[in-house]
Design a protein around this ligand. Sequence first.
Ligand SMILES: [Zn+2]
Length: 427
Amino acid sequence: MKLKKIVKELTAHRLIIVSLSLVLLLLVNILFTRTNKDTDKVAFIPEEKMETIEIVEIPFVSSIQDKISTVEAVLLPGSNLNDLLITQGLSRDQASSVVFEMSPYVDLRRMRAGEIFTLEFINDDFEKLSMNTSNNMIVEVFRDNSVENGYRAVEKERQLNSFVKHVSGTIEDSLYNSALDSGMSANILTELIHLLSFDVDFQRDIQQGDTFDVAFEEIYDNNGEKVEDGQILCARLMTDGREIEFYYYTDLEGKSDYFNIDGQTIRKTLLKTPINGAYITSGYGMRVSPITGYNKKHQGIDFGAPRGTPIYASGDGVIESAYYSRVYGNFIELRHVNGYRTLYAHMTNYARGMRKGIRVKQGQIIGYVGSTGMSTGPHLHYEISYWGTKVNPSTVKSPPGKSLKDKDLVLFENLKNSYIASFLEKI
Ligand SMILES: [Zn+2]
C-alpha cells in the first residue's frame, strides 16, 4: 500500500515536471521566436529605405486648395513694423518674432513712413514678409517650424528683368520738355543731355522741329514694378541738318562707353596743342614784354613755330570771330559746346572758307602761323575761355581719345546695325 502510494506520487511528480518542462519549452520557444523576429525586422530594413522615410517626412507642399494671398502694406507716419504686422492680423508673438528676425538686416528704427512691406498669407495664416533693402536686394522673413520662434530671415538678390524702351519725338519748345512728355524719365534725360553735350550746344543749337530717338533699358522686378533706369543703348538727334548719334558698347576688356557711328569715343575735349611740331615760348600767367600788349598777365600760351605752320581747330565748334585786330592780328575765335571758346592769334593767313558762322571739326586746319598784330615773331597765341573766363590750356583735362579697332570694331558694327534696325529706323 505504502509502495503504491509512492508510485502514485512519483507519477504525479513526473506529470508535474513534464508539464512544467513543456510550459518552459513553450515559453522559451515563444521568446526566441519573438527575439528572432525583431532581429530579422531590424536587419531587413535597408539604410536607403530609412533615408527615404526621412526625406518623405515633412515636405511642405501647398495643395491646390490652399489660398495664397499677398498684401502690400505701407508704413504710416509714427508707426513701426510691429504695429503694421499686428494691423495685418499677426499675433503679438508672431509680430515680435518677425521683427526680431528682420532686425539684423534692416535698421528698423530709421525706417521711414512710406516703406512698403509685402505680406503673404496661406489660408489666412501669415507665411512670409518681404521688403526691398536696395534696388537689387530683398529681405524675407518666412515661417520655419524647425526653429524656436517659428520664423527665419534671409537676404537675397531680387529677380530683375531688363526691358528696352524706345522713345522718339519732335522738339516743341525744348528737348527737356519734349523728352519728358514722350515718356523718358528725368534720370535718362539728364544722362542723354550729358552725352549729347559733347556735340551739341544746348544754349544755341536746339531748335523747334528737331527730332530725337533714344533706346534705353528699364529694370523691372518680378512683380512688374520698375526698379530703376538702365543704360542708354543708343540715341540720335537731328538738329540743324546734323545727325548726332551714339551707341553703347562694352569692349573686349569689359570697358563700356559711348561711341559715334565710326566707333570713336564721343567724349571730346579741346586739344591742348592745336599745332604740330611747336614748342611753348611763353606759358600761361607769365609776365611778358609790354610790347606784346599783355603787360599784366599772359592769358594764353604761345607756341613758337615757323611761319605757315597749319593751325588746327582744337575742338568741334563754330567760328564766332575771324577778322584782323590791332593786338591779335588775324585771329579766329571758336565757340564750342557748353561755354568753351578758343582763340588763335597772329595768323599769317586764314584757311580757305573760314568766316564767322562756319562750323569746323576738331583737327580741321583753320589758319597758318604768322606774326600779324602785336607780335615779335612767328608764333601762335592760343587762349581757352570757359563762360568768359580765361583758363590755362595746359590744365584743361582731356581723356584719352579712343577709337574701337579690330575685333572690337567688328562687334561694335554688328551691335550698331542691330540698334539702328531695331530703334533708329522705326520712326
Ligand atoms: Zn601770347
